[in-house]
Design a protein around this ligand. Sequence first.
Ligand SMILES: O=P(O)(O)OC[C@H]1O[C@H](O[C@H]2O[C@H](CO)[C@@H](O)[C@H](O)[C@H]2O)[C@H](O)[C@@H](O)[C@@H]1O
Ligand SMILES: O=c1ccn([C@@H]2O[C@H](COP(=O)(O)OP(=O)(O)O)[C@@H](O)[C@H]2O)c(=O)[nH]1
Length: 912
Amino acid sequence: MPGNKYSSSNLPGTPRTRLERLLRERELKRFSRDFNEGEGELSSAQDSFSPESSTSWLNNEESLQPLSGARTSHDGGARQDFQASKQRLLVVANRLPVSAVKHGDSWQLEMSAGGLVSALLGVTEFDTRWIGWAGINVPDESGQKTLTEALAAKNCIPVFIEEEIAHQYYNGYCNNTLWPLFHYLGLPQEDHLATTRNFKSQFEAYTKANQCFADVVSKHYEEGDAVWCHDYHLMFLPKYLKERNSDMKVGWFLHTPFPSSEIHRMLPSRSELLKSVLSADLVGFHTYDYARHFVSACTRILGLEGTPEGVEDQGKLTRVAVFPVGIDPDRFIQALELPQVKDIVKELKQRFAGYKVLLGVDRLDMIKGIPQKILAFEKFLEENPDWRHKVVLLQIAVPTRTHVLKYKQLTSQVHEIVGRINGRFGSFSSVPIHHLDCTLDFHTLCAIYAITDVALVTSLRDGMNLVSYEFVACQAANKGVLILSEFAGAAQSLGAGAILVNPWNVAEVASSIGYALNMSADEREKRHHHNFLHVTTHTSQGWAETFVSELNETIVEAQLRSRQIPPPLPIEAAVDRYACSNNRLLILGFDATLTEPLDALWRKGNQIKELKHKIRSDLREPLRKLCDDPKTTVLVLSGSNRNALDNNFGDFNLWLAAENGIFLRATMGEWMMTMPENTSMDWVDSVEHVFEYFTQRTPRSHFELRETSLIWDYRYSDAEFGRLQARDLLMHLWTGPISNLSLDVVQGSQSIEVRSVGVTKGAAIDRILGEIVHNKGMKEPIDYVLCMGHFLAKDEDIYSYFELMLPSETPTSSSSQVPTPFGTPTAGSSAAPLKKQHSLSPGKKSSFIGDSMLDPMMGADRMSLLEGSSLINLQAENYFSCSVARKRSKSRYLLRSSDEVLELLRGMANHC
Ligand SMILES: O=P(O)(O)OC[C@H]1O[C@H](O[C@H]2O[C@H](CO)[C@@H](O)[C@H](O)[C@H]2O)[C@H](O)[C@@H](O)[C@@H]1O
Ligand SMILES: O=c1ccn([C@@H]2O[C@H](COP(=O)(O)OP(=O)(O)O)[C@@H](O)[C@H]2O)c(=O)[nH]1
């Protein structure tokens, strides 16, 4: 990106691979950090947001430290320099690290709870601005101004959302629809009478809220910034941002699980959300499973191509990668050394003397499996009477999303179970469960983690779960045991040191509690050591650095890739050159060039087969005009069979070349063959057998037996499955029927074609032109060529054919494997001797070009006629080779879709 000083491509001696570049960037960062630490100018505590306190907003007391990157007046010069070298990062999340809360008549800024805030507090490496929803309704302008100013001191920028929209966006679409769905809890029943339970109105509010975020981001964005969007609240944000500025560097990270595509497809707006997320440059998840689910949702629901790198849509890659979050362990480890924390530890130890302490810390959310945890504890007490009155469960249930009905119901349910169990197993002097509906301050939380013997994390699903990390960080002395749900993302990192459980299996959790309480000191030590090492080496700081480095890198790679993509066809210039030429040749592909766009076919479901090979109706008129222009020759050159071309173009005055140019006819005349030497179909039975086998096993795939080739087409099948089947099919072909035959296997993006060696459009064009020139009795040289199609790589030799006709100073696009004009070096091409073949299907009348029996005037002589008569006089500026919707191409130009083809042909037709 121009002006982006963080593009590693700007560095001298640029490393060539992504890994090299990322390692180098890391090293530079480490160097810069070490340097500054050595100077003693910057301590991370100074530079980061301090969450341990809250402040009154109206009083504007500055007891909170600013977020990283805030410039304060007492900054020294070195600090300024270091700050200046930091990359600007806009963190955009629904929640700001502080929430404005009303206390009586005044407002206070309080620390927000939840893992996302905790994770991002550790991010100090960047010059960060945090953009998020203010969390409260502030309708008046002066109120908004005051809050904005108060937040600015923390480098926070509020997004104000009107109350009803915020309600439907946050309580409705986010937390009543996306949240339960992404955690495998299904969708709520839609209720048309209640707007809050109506997908449509909630969805509209969601899009509006995302627009509000986009407005604020755009306002604060500076060129070169990295914009990091967070979580399911902001799935539309990447799209809105890119629409405003396509150069913006946009990453999106999901903190929750991304469910299996079978779950995601239940969502009414499933496609829009996926497409929007794909507008980002980089998409990140906590675990490989979530990333895998996302890619397969894109392939199955959107029909796009999933690659090991991410998701590809017409050559545009959205990178998808895994970035497991961590915590800032030092914050916890250092807190335990504070006298006030030590006091709380002492007090708690006295309070629970003689008891083993089990701990749960969760937002009071149905995904956290709090009822299941408590029921498992009940079962444990039931089965282990010896442990009664020797063990307590402390359950900290942080209130959350209290306006959502399901959360209210959960609160009552949990209270009821706790009451019942305490009644059952409690005594005058003790109760087994201490359940607190509250938010703890940071120091108390650390102290509780430190005195705990067994932490119980029983989430039914959880993106990561940072409580498990925090517990481990605070257990250096105690070496307590972690019981961890296998459905939390953390199970993939802390699984080896924890006791993994299925939270739905209450009996298993109960017995795990027993196992943990009785575990030997030696085993506890080993398990703790393993997890402690992980928690202290996989920090939130590293997480953010890796994500932003990858984002920078993704942009560099996209630039490199886009350099290989042909530039867009300058339609106006192509039309102008056409207008002032005298003898023009238009070579047009058919499928995906002149046919309906795939999207339209896709939607029409079962009618696909009928519609598949039809020319777009809106193209008929301009095409007819072009065909009827005496100064223009139109040739449709396609892989399709003769029938398909006859049916579509029989009433146009043009030339048709079917089966990649093997058959040729003017629509006024008979079909003839250009390359009879390439039409042997001896191999067809054995290949057909394999194609049949795979067609039966791949729903919505089909194969087509053409006169000179066989094609298996899986473009309407599930993309992922289709690709797997295609790989398998190729293996079968190579090891079986074609292993000893001289055949070409041509892979399309969603097809596999088997044809005789040497049959390509480039090989056929020479003879086709010979025939056309002769047939039309052309006297004037061709001075304009448009050669345009969605051609397979193998058939792109046609572009090179014309390149070689240009005056010699014109650079050619490729020098290897190109046919020479009027005779290619390829085996079986026009240079080979012509001979009659008898493998054509009966019923079609064909002549061979060069077959003296059928047409004594045609043949090899005609080729030399053309060669010798310089009937092509093409200047570079009059040659337009153009790929349609295939970005990896040797063509000079690119048109993105058949819509643009329409625009071009209409423009030309205006000059007929
Ligand atoms: O902001 P709230 O609606 O009150 O909810 C709090 C946060 O909950 C979710 O946290 C997730 O992020 C954690 C860090 O990556 C992860 O460990 C945890 O498993 C997730 O549930 C939510 O995704 C955040 O957006 C909320 O802020
Ligand atoms: O009273 C509390 C208890 C916990 N937490 C924090 O809330 C976060 C919970 O994150 P987790 O990833 O476990 O789950 P989430 O709530 O984000 O789904 C942790 O960082 C806790 O330290 C908090 O802010 N206040």
